[in-house]
Design a protein around this ligand. Structure first.
Ligand code: AMP
Ligand code: ZN
Length: 477
């Protein structure tokens, strides 16, 4: 590493003379480490994708917002990031221990679509959600089913090195053959997480996992491919090792995902890569903590989940959810609440209004920029970086300097503050009065009167929408 730090390329990376470094929390070493790119100014970043058997829920989206912030912080520090984002459209079984059905085949029965149609539909919605949340488009999107030959080649490499065995339902990885298997998750010496019961089937060790699963005899799966081991489909973990190595090489800078990936998925990605290439796949392993609903895990497979669309249906804006996520550190669990969404909406609108009123941008305030970089470079401390925006609102500086400073902050916030404009539409006062009367009727739970007033507003060519910050009137377009 020393020679990289001293190289001319590295000296171009940091924008400021004060020697500020970027510290990131690496799960593998359980420590904050100074980030030094392997090949500056380039950074390879791989993010585990959505399993597309359903819509993304807002917990999944929290993780993608964290990864977007990471990418923006790297960019802010002068790096050029190759961001690879996969889509899991095969191989993720109902249990992470490689038992049960493929989530895609199961989802196909639930929705009545083919697994292929379902993957296309939910991928489309996922990308749409990310756009609305101002998550930057990944440099490369890759899909597991488009990379079957790469996955087969990687399994062959692991097989040639002697780490595999056959069972009646596939090819498995023998985790007992890797001295430090489970290091990422600090698994106990038996290679297990405390308290986890595992269905062994024909596995030699509880943590062994499938590299290739054979299609059950006499059944046709919707997604299956020929391979040296017969018809079947890849295990869940092999896709990420294979695609990450294809696009970023067998040892790249940062691999991320949600915290649930630590004990199984990422542990096994590392095992596969160690077996074939002798590397840990990534130099940094970073994990976003979960969004929870009333202290319970939010997941697609269990119980109710909230989608971005659920928030929009309730009158919230996508960027209010982004703001909500920025307000807590990515390494702390976040309990979702509607009050929290209301507060985020109010704050975002106050910020937008203030920024708008500052008018044209001048030169940014260097002291604020330095403090901002200190916060974002401290393991992406976004709550503190966001607090600086509120300090800027109060401080005695020319409006043009404030405007320029906050627009720099927004390169990382991603709240679109430069583009925002207040609704300048002029609504006649008698329509506003009708809307106010309707609100009073609603407050008194006089629904019939509220409906009658809404009808009157509609007939006059306007529509009224109930938002968390009160009724909003617009012309019908
Ligand atoms: P999946 O669709 O289960 O493969 O998950 C897609 C991404 O969302 C992965 O990075 C998961 O670790 C992450 N994830 C799943 N559930 C949550 C949650 N409740 N909060 C935050 N991230 C999550
Ligand atoms: Zn993955």
């Amino acid at each position: 590493m020393t020679n990289i730090r001293q190289s001319g390329a590295h000296s171009r990376i940091f924008r400021y003379k004060n020697g500020m470094t970027l510290q990131l929390y690496d799960t593998y070493t359980r420590s904050l480490r100074e980030f030094v790119a392997l090949h500056p100014p380039h950074v390879g970043l791989y993010a585990c994708g959505l399993t597309v058997y359903d819509y993304a829920h807002i917990g999944n989206l929290r993780t993608y917002i964290f990864e977007d912030i990471l990418r923006r912080v790297l960019r802010y520090n002068g790096y050029t990031v190759t961001h690879v984002q996969n889509i899991t459209d095969v191989g993720h079984l109902v249990s992470d221990e490689d038992t049960g059905e493929d989530k895609m085949e199961k989802g196909s029965r639930r929705t009545g679509m083919t697994a292929w149609e379902m993957a296309a539909l939910y991928t489309h919605h996922f990308k749409n959600d990310l756009r609305q949340l101002h998550v930057l488009e990944p440099t490369i999107w890759c899909q597991a089913t488009d990379h079957i030959p790469e996955q087969i080649a990687l399994i062959q490499c692991i097989e040639a090195k002697g780490y595999t065995y056959r069972t009646s339902d596939g090819i498995y990885f023998d985790t007992s053959l890797l001295a430090d298997y489970g290091r990422l998750a600090r698994l106990n010496p038996e290679g297990q997480q405390a308290g986890v019961r595992v269905d062994m089937a024909e596995k030699r060790n509880p943590t062994d996992f499938a590299l290739w699963k054979s299609s059950p005899p006499d059944t046709h799966r919707q997604m299956e491919w020929p391979s040296p081991w017969g018809m079947g489909f890849p295990g869940w973990h092999i896709e990420c090792s294979a695609m990450a190595a294809k696009y970023l090489g067998p040892f790249f800078d940062i691999h991320c995902g949600g915290e649930d990936h630590i004990p199984v998925h990422h542990t096994n990605e590392i095992a596969q890569t160690q077996a074939c290439y002798g590397t840990n796949l990534a130099n940094f392993w970073m994990h976003g903590y979960f969004l929870q609903l009333s202290d319970a895990k939010m997941s697609k497979s269990a119980g109710e989940f909230l989608r971005l669309q659920t928030l929009l249906d309730r009158g919230y804006e996508p960027l209010a959810y982004r703001y909500y996520c920025l307000n807590s550190h990515y390494r702390s669990k976040l309990n979702f609440s509607w009050q929290g969404m209301d507060a985020a909406t109010t704050s975002l609108n106050r910020l937008r209004q203030a920024v708008y009123e500052w008018g044209a941008a001048g030169l940014p305030d260097q002291a604020f920029l330095d403090r901002f970089q200190t916060q974002v470079n401290d393991d992406l401390n976004m709550p503190r970086a966001l607090a600086l925006a509120w300090e800027l609102l109060k401080v005695d500086l020319p409006a043009a300097a404030k405007k320029a400073t906050i627009l720099v902050f927004d390169q990382i916030y991603g709240l679109g503050l430069a583009e925002w404009q207040p609704n300048l539409e002029i609504i006649p006062s008698h329509i506003i009065q009708l809307a106010q009367q309707r609100q009073a009727a609603r407050d008194a739970q006089n629904w019939a009167e509220a409906d009658r007033l809404r009808e009157q507003i509609t007939v006059a060519g306007y529509t009224v929408q109930d938002t968390p910050i009160g009724p909003k009137v617009r012309t019908i377009s």
